[in-house]
Design a protein around this ligand. Structure first.
Ligand code: IVH
Length: 677
């Protein structure tokens, strides 16, 4: 086994730092500095070096976020300090009583309050020793939890190594917070789960908890989780200077941890009440689900004086929001057929207002959901919604049954094409097997033209459906060979609409990039983000189609489910025919970050790195020129770089490029390359 030379070790350390920095920009600050392709480039370079020099192995390397082998079970972990739970106030009167009691205990002193949202996720403690993540454990019963370190390492916004802040890195820091999944990610996950017959989660909290308590860290790694810190346990060293909750939160944030952005300081109990009301109004619009507000005495000294009961601190209170639920009647259950053929039951409800929105339909996910909840047509039911999460039927009010309720019989054939349906062992979804089922085809086409696909503006879902029903669109490839005269035969399709339609298709053909096309294909478990990862890693659809599962799983964000699904997609004969038609249409974008425009691409697959200034051209112009010719611009020196373009005052990158023996060209040679002269 080769042991790593010093410069490789230094490079690996630098890459890890850079990648963690960009992770933070992306996942914590929502403000990325580099493109996904550039990020992937750094990531691949690190992976490659770690593979070649196993002695550089480090459990805190960002590459380890992809997870490891499944565990048998979780070890237990005893928390250094107990993780208390909170007392709840169900209304503002209880809050006033609580704050009055606090002032009384403090002999008339009125504290200021730190307030943050009560996050609806899974409580976890993350322990850092000398700045490196050492253990993460669930709250459990407050004293003993489960050691979920390997899964927590896959949470993208959780620093594996703390950033040295002003005060330096504490020797010991126990960070407490909540693992959450955003409402949008939750909805998308559930859709994927329902389609594939996986477990459907009742709410984002269950999804987050279920993901962290997965025995296979690769599954956890494929789930979109985030950690938001709200406090600390034991602290030793640099950070033990913190005197208030506010300083704790600012300190955590400075060390690289994400904190709830709505957290703030209130001077009085009345301000806390105002904050509570405001957050209740904003609740729907927030990215993550919250079920109230937590108010904490700001001064740590006063917190100590107030102490705690056996269960909860006397210096903090959760002010809970009213539930987002309502009662209504379940009128009927109808079946929708999705683009993967899954038959999804949908509840038709007597319209009811929940949190300001009228709800008349709710997803029931699959057959098992109806059976496990024993839902019957005619039942009175509890329905809930939160933010952009699709409304759900929580349960039936069994006591209110009259005896007239009817059991729902799940169809044994596809309600759209009449073809046979099957349920594979281990799957929850009942599927229509007919690949040409009009419902499957229609939904697939609608997805293909949507924003999540090729984003063909001017090609509306309504027209796509009509053309599919009329037999003009039998495959996404047909979108590019439509005949203007045939279009004009349709009632309501004027010359202008037809031209818009054809123009949009033509533009999509010319502009499609690999990420958009991969996403448009509608491969199960492959959303837009994963499509970008795949597109960055492969030359074209052929290369992706040839990739094995192991190889796919080495990519960020790709777990076993995704890898198997990609393999299955490209193994299917009809999909291979579709690819052949794309190729014939020259709908064949190049990956690896190249911007596809269908024109000549003399620099296709070539990677450029700029260092120093070019005399006659700005950096962004140079980048645009390279990309328009099919090349890619990267910022990290690696042996994969084809051309290092050295301008004036080129710096350290030039030296490194020389070390690696890369091809180095000057401004003039670069000009010749891009002009072809
Ligand atoms: S502070 C001693 N702050 O609520 C104070 N907890 O019922 C302990 N939670 O298990 C917690 N958001 O998981 C605090 N902003 C927040 C919170 C929060 C959610 C959870 C936490 C805890 C439970 C207590």
């Amino acid at each position: 086994m080769p042991s790593a030379p010093d410069e490789v070790m230094a490079r690996v350390r630098r890459l890890r730092r850079e990648i963690e920095y960009h992770n933070r920009r992306y996942y914590v600050l929502d403000d990325p500095e580099i493109s996904d392709a550039e990020y992937d480039e750094l990531f691949r370079e690190l992976l490659d070096l770690e593979r070649r020099f196993p002695d550089l192995d480090d459990p805190n390397s960002p590459t380890r976020r992809v997870g490891g082998e499944p565990a048998e079970g979780f070890e237990t972990y005893s928390h250094g300090l107990a993780m208390f739970s909170l007392d709840n106030a169900m209304d503002l009167d209880s809050w006033q009583e609580f704050s009055a009691r606090v002032s009384k205990v403090l002999a008339g002193e009125t504290p200021d309050w730190w307030v943050d949202p009560k996050l609806d996720g899974l409580a976890v403690e993350v322990v850092y020793r000398s700045g490196a993540l050492s253990v993460a454990a669930t709250r459990g019963d407050g004293r003993v939890g489960e050691d979920v370190t390997r899964n927590m390492r896959t949470v993208r916004n959780l620093p594996l190594v703390l950033e040295p802040a002003g005060v330096g890195v504490p020797e010991l820091l126990e960070v407490r917070g909540e693992v959450v999944m955003s409402k949008a990610e939750f909805a998308a996950l559930n859709e994927r789960q329902a389609e594939s017959g996986g477990k459907v989660f009742a709410n984002p909290r269950n999804a987050a908890a279920g993901s962290i308590r997965q025995l296979d860290p690769r599954v956890a790694a494929s789930r979109p989780l985030r950690f938001l810190a709200y406090g600390v346990g034991r602290v030793a060293g640099a950070a033990s200077e913190w005197r208030t909750q506010e300083e704790v939160m600012r300190g955590l944030s400075g060390l690289g941890l994400a904190v709830p952005p709505q957290a703030r300081l209130c001077a009085t109990a009345e301000e806390v009440a105002e904050y509570f009301k405001r957050l209740m109004d904003e609740r729907e619009a927030l990215a993550v689900e919250i079920d109230g507000v937590v108010a904490k005495v700001n001064s740590l000294e006063l917190q100590k004086r107030l102490g705690e009961t056996s269960r909860s601190p006397r210096w903090a209170l959760a002010l809970k929001f009213p539930a987002h639920q309502a009662q209504t009647a379940l009128r009927d259950i109808v079946i929708q057929v999705g683009r993967t053929g899954a038959l999804t039951p949908v509840a038709e409800l007597d319209p009811v207002r929940i949190a300001g929105v009228e709800v008349s339909r709710a997803t029931l996910h699959n057959q098992d959901e109806i059976e496990s909840k024993d839902l019957r047509i005619g039942d009175r039911v509890i329905v809930q919604r939160a933010g952009d999460v699709i409304p759900q039927v929580v349960r039936a009010l069994i006591d209110e049954r009259t005896g007239l309720e009817k059991k729902f019989v799940f169809p044994v054939s596809c309600p759209v094409c009449g073809g046979p349906v099957t349920r594979l062992p281990g799957e929850a979804a009942v599927r229509c097997n007919n690949l040409s089922c009009p419902a499957r085809l229609e939904q697939g086409l609608v997805h293909f033209v949507s924003k999540a696909g090729l984003d063909m503006q001017g090609v509306g879902a309504r027209w796509v459906r009509r053309l599919a029903q009329a037999g003009l669109l039998r495959s996404p490839a047909d979108l590019f060979t439509l005949d203007r005269d045939r279009l004009l035969e349709f009632e309501g399709m004027g010359e202008k609409s037809a031209d818009n339609f054809l123009r949009a298709a033509g533009q999509a053909l010319a502009r499609a990039d690999l990420a958009g096309l991969v996403s448009a294909l509608g491969i199960r478990h492959v959303g837009e983000r994963t499509a970008r990862v795949l597109a960055a890693a492969y030359e074209d659809l052929d290369a992706l189609a040839a990739a094995g599962e192991e190889e796919l799983m080495a990519l960020p964000d790709v777990g076993p489910e995704v890898a198997a699904s990609v393999r299955a997609f490209f193994g299917n004969e009809r999909n291979q025919e579709l690819l052949a038609r794309f190729r014939a249409l020259h709908l064949w974008p190049r990956g690896g970050g190249a911007a596809g425009d269908g024109r000549a691409r003399p620099l296709a697959g070539k990677k450029f790195l700029f260092t120093g200034t070019l005399p006659a051209m700005s950096r962004s112009e140079a980048r645009a020129r390279v990309e328009s010719l099919g090349g890619e611009v990267v910022s990290a020196v690696s042996k994969r770089v084809d051309y290092v373009v050295a301008g004036d005052e080129a710096g350290g990158k030039l030296a490194r490029a020389r070390e690696l023996g890369l091809e180095i060209i000057g401004a003039q040679a670069f000009n010749e390359l891009i002009t072809g002269n």
